[in-house]
Ligand binder design. Structure first.
Ligand code: ADP
Length: 248
C-alpha cells in the first residue's frame, strides 16, 4: 500500500516536493542597504520567503529606565504582514511572533559586542512579506547582515538554517509543506567562525542518532548561508572594486 503523505513529500528517487535533493538548500538572495532611513538594512529571498530587515541604532533608549549602565539593549520585532501567508494574518502581534522575536534576539545577541554601547539601544525590525517555512532562520540571516551594515561591532555573523525529518530521511532546509506535513523541524543559528550554536529548536521527534545527523546537517547549511551573507556585504561595500578586479 502507498503512503500518500510520504509520496507527496519525497519520491522514490529522493526528490522532494519542490524538486530538491536531500541536502539541497532553496535558492538564497541577499541585498544589503535597501531601506534609506535605517542605519542598516537587508532584504532576503530564502526560497519563497521574502523578508526585509531594518536596524536602527545604537541610539538613545526610550523609555529611559530600560537603559543598562554597562551595555546596549537589543530589541527585536518579528512581524508577519497580513498578506504574507495563504490565509490573511491578523496584523496584531500573535503569541508566535512574540516568541520568534525573543528567540531571534537571543540568537543575534552573542554575535554583538554590546558592551561597546552602554545606555543605548539597537532596534531590529523584521518584516515578513511572504512566508514559506523557515522564516525565523531567513529573518536571522538578514538581521545579522543588516546589523553589520549598520556598523555594529560584532564578533561574527549569525547564519541560520533548519534541517528536519521526512519519514526516515534527514533533510536540509525544510519548506512550508515539509514543516506542516513532515515529522520534525529543527531550526539552528550558528556563529560560523566561533563555531557556537545560538539557536536550537525542535518541533517533532528524533532518535539520538537522528538528532546528531540533523544538527550536523543544519550546521552545514548555516556554513553555506554564511558564504552568501559575506558575498552580499562584499557586494555593497566593495562592489566596484570587485567588478574592476574581475575586468582586469
Ligand atoms: P518558521 O517560518 O520559522 O518555520 P513556523 O514553523 O512557526 O515558523 O511556521 C511555519 C510556516 O507556517 C510559516 O513560514 C508560514 O508559512 C506558516 N504560518 C505561520 N503562521 C501563520 C499564520 N498565522 N497563518 C498562516 N500561515 C502561517
Amino acid at each position: 500500500m502507498y503512503n500518500l503523505k510520504e509520496l507527496a513529500l519525497m519520491d522514490e528517487n529522493g526528490k522532494r516536493s519542490d524538486g530538491r535533493g536531500i541536502d539541497e538548500l532553496r535558492s538564497i538572495k541577499i541585498t544589503v542597504g535597501v531601506v534609506k532611513n535605517a542605519d542598516g538594512s537587508a532584504y532576503i529571498e530564502f526560497g519563497k520567503n521574502k523578508i526585509i530587515v531594518a536596524v536602527y541604532g545604537p541610539r538613545e533608549v526610550h523609555p529611559k529606565h530600560m537603559a543598562l549602565p554597562d551595555r546596549c539593549v537589543l530589541r527585536c520585532r518579528y512581524h508577519m504582514s497580513p498578506f504574507s501567508t495563504d490565509t490573511r494574518k491578523n496584523p496584531a502581534p500573535s503569541r508566535r511572533e512574540v516568541e520568534i522575536s525573543k528567540v531571534m534576539r537571543e540568537s543575534l545577541e552573542p554575535s554583538l559586542i554590546l558592551s561597546d554601547y552602554p545606555r543605548a539601544v539597537i532596534d531590529v525590525f523584521v518584516e515578513v512579506l511572504q512566508a514559506d517555512g523557515g522564516s525565523r532562520c531567513a529573518g536571522i540571516n538578514a538581521a545579522s547582515v543588516a546589523l553589520a551594515d549598520a556598523g555594529i561591532n560584532m564578533r561574527d555573523l549569525v547564519s541560520a538554517c533548519a534541517a528536519g525529518r521526512l519519514s526516515d530521511n534527514i533533510v536540509l532546509d525544510i519548506n512550508d509543506l515539509e514543516d506542516k506535513e513532515g515529522d520534525a523541524d529543527m531550526p539552528v543559528a550558528y556563529l560560523p567562525n566561533l563555531e557556537q550554536v545560538t539557536l536550537l529548536q525542535l518541533d517533532g521527534k528524533l532518535t539520538t542518532t537522528q538528532f546528531s545527523e540533523c544538527l550536523e546537517k543544519a550546521i552545514s547549511g548555516c556554513k553555506s548561508v554564511y558564504e552568501i551573507q559575506k558575498e552580499a556585504l562584499m557586494k555593497k561595500y566593495f562592489g566596484n572594486e570587485m567588478e574592476l578586479k574581475e575586468e582586469a
